[in-house]
Every structure is written in C-alpha cells, then in structure tokens.
Unconditional design. Structure first.
Lengths: 274, 271
C-alpha cells in the first residue's frame, strides 16, 4: 500500500515540478484560456442578454475544465515521448493502472486550478453572479463526468503510443470534434441533422446540459443576482447516462491502453521516435 | 535453484519495415542469440551500429517482446514475470533521457518514488553515487538542460543505481563522454562490481573499455552472436594483436556488405 501511494505520488511530484519549471508557459496558457473564454462571454454582454451570457460563461468554464482534463491525460504519453522518458516510465515496476491514476489525478488538479482562474477572471468581464445556482449539484455532475473524460483521455493517450507525431495530432482532432458536437456554446439542435447523433455520444453534452439546468440557465424565473437552479434529482437522467459512460469508458480506456502497450512492445514502438 | 543472472537462449526478434502503404519487408534484429551472464560478472556486447545490441537491451528491459526464445533475469522469465524483472534492473541508455527542465534531484527523486522507494533514502544514495562520479554537490538543483552531456550521463547512471539493482543494463554509457568522465564511470563500474557484486551487461563501441571492464565479451553482427569469450580468447581466435582487429575479423566488418563473414559459422561452432 505504501509503495502504491509513493508511486501515485511520483506522478503528482513530477507534474508539480514540471509545472513549476514551465511556469511562464503555464501563465501563457492560462492567459489564453481566460482571454478566449472572455471573448466568447462578451458576445452575450454585447447582446444585453443575461441568459445568453450565462450560457456562454457556463460553456466556457465547463469546456475549460473538461478539455484540460482530457488533453492533459491524452497528451501525457506524447509529452513523455518528446522528453525521451517514455521507456523509463514503462520499465518501472509500476502497474499501468497506478501510472494512469497518477497522471489523471494531477490532470484533475490542474484542470480545477485553471478553471478557477478562468472563473475569477470572467468576473472582471461580466456581471455573472451564481447566487441561487445549485453549485453542489454542479460538483456532483462534474465528479461523475470526470470518470468518463478520464476514460476518453486514456483512449486518446494510446494514439501517441502508436505513432509519435500523428498520434498527438489525432488527439487534438478528437478534442476539436468534441467541442463541435457537445453543445458547448450553442444548443446541439442547431448542428446539421447528420451530426446530431454524435452529440449523443459525447459525455460533454450531458455534463453541459445538466450543469446548465443546475445553475438555472434557461429557467424563466432566473434573473441577474437570483438564479433558480434545478435540484440534483431533476438532472437524474443526465447523471445516469454520465455514470454509465464513466463505468464503461474508464475500464475500456485502461483495457485499450493495455492492448496498445502490448502491441507497442511487439513492434518496438516505445522508443523516442516510435 | 541454480540460475544465471542473465539467461538468453535462441532469442530472435524481427521488425517489419514499411515501404508505402502495402509493401514492407522484415528486418531481422536478432537471430538465435544465446548467452549467459553469471552473477557478479560484467559481460560486454560489442557490435557495429544496427547489429541488435539496443534491441537486446530493450528485450531485457521489458520494453520489447521477442518473437521466440527464452530470456530470464535472476530466475525470472520474460515476458511473464516482467514486474519482478523490473524491480531488479537498472538501465542506462546512450541518450540521457530525462525531464530536461527538472533538476538532477527532482529527476532522481521521481525515479525513486516510481520504484516505491523512500525519497530521503534514495536522495542519500543518489548523492553517494554522484559524489563518487565526481559530480559537484552544488549542481544537484540545476536543471539538466544546463548541464553538459557528461554530467547528464553521470546522473543517468545515478538514476539506475538509486534503486540498488542487482542487474545493470548499460547501453553505451560512456559514448560522448570526455576522457576524464569516461574514466570516472569505468572506475565506478569496477568498484560497483567488486563491492556489491552487481551483474553488468555492457554494450559499447569502445574496445579498450570492453577489455578493461568485461570478464567476457560477445561480438554481435547482423543480429547474430558470432563470437564469445575473454578478450584474450577472441584475439587468439582471430589471430589478432588487438581487440579492434579481432572484432573486425570476426564480425566481418572489414568486408564489403555483399560478402558474408566466412569465419562466422566456424567460430560459432567453436564457441
């Protein structure tokens, strides 16, 4: 048990020190995340539409959180390839589950911190006030959807194992597709008909729908300074689907990772250049 | 039960090299390689570039699965007991692969934690190794990207040793080092073997290094172990004055690529 905790901590330790050493880039990425979120939110402010502003702010915050979580996990293998340390991590006596758990925990913490930074920053650009929103419910939904996103991240993380450069490119294409189909800034109904079934397959769709209801977006009784958020039971349908997706995607992600690792060892793909 | 520290028998590995989408050919990286390394022995593997040395080290490091053959380290067979093998091996590769932004201390502590070691104990051990290798204490907190190749390679050796492995796999550990650093590393390896009885598998292009450090040497050419013995044995067999000459003679490196080394079969039979 002590060994497992130390091994899990190893990935947190590494992540913390890399963040510290790359702090100027971390600041740049946070600045960029804040600016893009503010740019989107200001569309609602310009339209003098509080509900639209709220929709965009919630979309920007949740997308920051979910995409950062996915991206950090999905790119963790690509980062290790670039540094040249992938072989050393894979030859350490640490189970793949602990390895991926450690990476996921650090990514989760990183995502929470970045989302808080963006939230605080957005308060300077909008007059958003979350009084009346069911924020506990939002945390419950995020906790459940996190599992599905970790699973998605693990599935995407295998791509850089298979191909050093192409894999990293593919993870970004997949991330962009999620942004397009999940209704981050608009209702999924405006998507072309043929694309709408894809939105039903994205966990982000249910996370956003549930969180907007819990915050009170779209509720006719919600007013600036007094939001009327739904109760957790009113988003039971979305929670159920997210729970199911997490229960399927997390073990599936671990399984796929294991299969691809075995394949990579067969074909000599763990080298820095793949 | 008696076992060799490293046991390799009829080991073969090939890779598919793609040409375009459909066509491709297979490259035989290792072909029926057999050798044993006894506990506490330093065994040298010498071969030209592309002879299969790194593939062999990768198989022993659990990073590559062979097509056929038997491999075991300290009685643990691969690939079935890979977690047990991972606990007993340390590896140094030709490229000092680190998180270059992190300091030596941070890199070494990360490795120690990854192996489930206590950070304080690992740090003490790392300092001992680094001091013995002539590393300045003050550099311990400097990012690796600011260090010379020689310093990085010393940290790479310290990384392999913070876990006190009974088996050390060294893939060209002194390539690119200045003469002083090379000598530091070689002295340290000698000391390690005599003081701790560490089993060492060393690949190198440096014949003098192989002669100095290795009890026995194997010549690898085109994926095959074409000769094996002490440095004197190999020179005698090749009727050569130096190990360089013996290497060129026995591996056929002096011949044009079309010609096969005629002695290979005979030498293998003798061995």
């Amino acid at each position: 048990m002590e060994t497992t905790l130390r091994q899990t901590w190893a990935f947190m330790f590494r992540g913390y020190h890399l963040t510290r050493r790359y702090i100027s880039w971390v600041i740049v990425f946070n600045f960029y995340a804040l600016v893009t979120s503010a740019t989107v939110a200001l569309i609602g402010v310009a339209a003098h539409d509080y509900q639209l502003t709220l929709t965009l702010v919630v979309g920007a915050l949740l997308w920051n959180f979910l995409s950062m979580l996915y991206n950090e996990i999905a790119m963790s293998i690509a980062y290790e390839r670039w540094e040249g340390t992938l072989e050393y991590t894979f030859m350490a006596p640490v189970s793949r589950s602990i390895h991926l758990l450690g990476i996921s925990l650090f990514s989760l913490l990183n995502s929470i911190v970045q989302t808080i930074i963006v939230l605080v920053g957005l308060m300077f650009f909008t007059d958003i006030d979350f009084r009346g929103a069911n924020l506990i419910g939002v945390l419950v939904v995020l906790a459940v959807s996190t599992l599905a996103f970790i699973g998605l991240g693990l599935m995407a993380a295998v791509l850089p194992v298979m191909s050093a450069e192409r894999g990293a490119e593919a993870t970004h294409i997949f991330q962009g597709s999620l942004l397009l189909v999940s209704g981050v800034y608009y209702p999924v109904e405006v998507l072309p008909k043929w694309m709408q079934p894809l939105s039903a397959m994205s966990p982000a769709t249910y996370t956003l729908t549930a969180c907007r209801k819990l915050i009170g977006v779209g509720n006719i009784d919600s007013r600036p300074g007094h939001l009327v958020g739904s109760s957790v039971s009113q988003v039971g349908h979305e929670l159920l689907i997210l729970g199911f997706m997490g229960a399927v995607m997390l073990p599936l992600g671990l399984w796929i990772f294991g299969r691809v690792e075995a394949w990579a060892k067969q074909h000599g793909k763990l080298k820095r250049t793949g | 039960m008696e076992y060799s520290a490293i046991h390799v028998r009829n080991l073969s590995k090939s890779f598919r090299k793609r040409r375009g989408f459909r066509s491709g050919s297979r490259i035989q990286a290792l072909e029926s390689v057999t050798f044993e390394v006894e506990e506490g022995e330093t065994y040298g593997l010498l071969g030209p570039n592309g002879s299969g040395k790194s593939s062999l080290i990768r198989i022993l490091s659990t990073l590559l699965v062979p097509d056929s053959g038997e491999v075991s380290l300290m009685g643990h067979s691969l690939p079935h007991e890979q977690q047990e093998v991972r606990r007993i091996i340390g590896r140094v590769s030709v490229d000092a692969a680190f998180y270059k932004k992190l300091s030596a201390r941070e890199n070494l502590l990360y490795t120690a934690l990854l192996y489930g070691r206590k950070a304080a104990e690992a740090e003490k051990r790392a300092m001992e190794v680094l001091e013995r290798l002539g590393f300045q204490n003050t550099s311990f907190s400097t990012p690796l990207e600011e260090m010379s190749r020689g310093m990085q390679q010393k940290i790479s050796i310290a990384r392999a040793l913070v876990i006190d492995p009974p088996v050390l796999l060294l893939d060209e550990p002194t390539t690119g080092l200045d003469p002083k650093s090379r000598r530091d590393v070689q002295s340290f390896l000698e000391e390690l073997r005599s003081a701790q009885g560490t089993t060492i598998l060393l690949t190198t292009h440096d014949m003098a290094e192989a002669e100095r450090l290795c009890g026995r040497i194997g010549f690898l050419a085109q994926g095959r172990l074409v000769a094996e013995g002490t440095a004197d044995d190999l020179k005698r067999r090749a009727k050569a004055l130096t190990l360089d000459d013996a290497f060129i003679h026995l591996t056929g490196e002096g011949l044009s690529k079309k010609e096969k080394p005629a002695e290979e079969v005979a030498v293998l039979e003798k061995v």
